[in-house]
Write a protein of this length. Structure first.
Length: 106
């Protein structure tokens, strides 16, 4: 599913507006929902995405929404030096051990 649930969006917007964010990484970019939220609320934030399903990159025009889109399995990604890393509907799709290891790496 390339979309996140709507009820949590306003809470997320309220939180990010209180933070000093210059860079963000959206893991499991899907349709680019979080890129759109940042574009509307904090347009100067540098946005990168990771999307494992290459079809979504084309279907949802992710190259336009993010400065860079990495088409890879996040568990193999090396650079997590961002002010905020978003795991939207991602961690629950991998074995618990992998999710915990990734969380600790970030």
């Amino acid at each position: 599913m390339p979309f996140s649930l709507q009820p949590n969006k306003q809470w997320f917007i309220d939180i990010i507006r209180t933070l000093d964010i210059k860079t963000m990484l959206d893991v499991g970019a899907g349709a680019g929902t979080y890129a759109e939220i940042f574009e509307e609320n904090l347009p100067m934030v540098h946005r990168e995405g990771i999307e494992a399903w290459s079809e979504y990159i084309l279907k949802f025009d992710l190259q336009r929404k993010y400065a860079t889109v990495h088409n890879c399995d996040v568990r193999k990604h090396k650079n997590f030096k961002f002010d905020i890393v978003i795991f939207g509907d991602v961690l629950e799709h991998m074995p618990k051990e992998d999710a915990v290891e990734l969380w600790e790496k970030v």
